[in-house]
Design a binder for this molecule. Structure first.
Ligand SMILES: Cc1cc2nc3c(=O)[nH]c(=O)nc-3n(C[C@H](O)[C@H](O)[C@H](O)COP(=O)(O)O)c2cc1C
Length: 199
């Protein structure tokens, strides 16, 4: 069943896991269909990198078309998110290993990380949609830190290809709405680790 997000403003922080963008943009449209007001924030890499997965200008344009708002692409534009209480919940989707590691260590040097820092000061929920091939490597300690951090919740995630990318993990795209609904009540949906075939 679709959650009802009428009256809820959801911030979506996009970082540089470009291979997920096709699915993430569909998920953003789905959140709009659930009634949410949406605001997008792009990391510096996300707003400036063209890749085989698409052109950054096209992604920025699509974000504006879906949300009806200019995407946030600078730290000064992201800073008011907390002071002006601009969103009820923030989801970083996709969240790179780079952004995850910085968040776990209190670094706020991109618009998405600034948005997270600014939002968390209001004691509001932050959701992580992980997508990184070092999840079970260099970043496992940082995932552990964030799993144990107040007001941070994870979209359930699992290994996407343990044969060719044994350290890689990705969150389940179709679990975004229910994770957000649960996080709005300050609850982590369980199980948080789900193999792709179980979903
Ligand atoms: C084509 C391409 C695909 C990438 N995919 C991923 C990915 O899926 N996950 C990830 O953690 N990093 C990925 N990266 C690396 C990040 O974009 C890079 O670490 C960048 O510094 C992230 O910055 P950000 O976290 O501020 O967006 C990719 C890079 C490129 C060029």
């Amino acid at each position: 069943m679709k959650p009802d997000f009428n009256g809820i403003t959801i911030g979506i922080g996009l970082t540089g896991s470009y291979c997920t963008y096709a699915a993430v943009f569909n998920a953003i449209e789905n959140l709009k269909d659930c009634g949410a007001n949406l605001l997008t924030i792009f990391s510096d890499r996300a707003s400036s990198t063209d890749s085989r997965f698409g052109k950054c200008a096209d992604f920025l344009e699509r974000a504006k078309a879906i949300t009806g708002k200019e995407p946030i692409t600078t730290i000064p534009a992201a800073e008011p998110i907390g002071p002006k209480s601009l969103v009820d919940i923030l989801i970083i989707a996709p969240c790179t290993g780079n952004t995850l590691s910085k968040l776990a260590n209190g670094i706020s040097d991109t618009p998405v990380l600034m948005a997270a820092k600014s939002h968390l000061r209001n004691n509001k929920p932050l959701v992580i949609f992980l997508s990184t091939n070092d999840a079970l490597g260099m970043n496992l300690k940082n995932i552990g830190i964030l799993l144990n951090t107040k007001n941070i919740y994870f979209v359930p995630f699992g290994q996407d290809n343990y044969v060719t990318k044994p350290n890689s993990m990705i969150a389940h795209i179709d679990m975004i709405p229910e994770t957000i609904a649960s996080a709005l009540n300050y609850k982590q949906i369980q199980p948080v680790i789900i193999s792709p075939h179980e979903n």
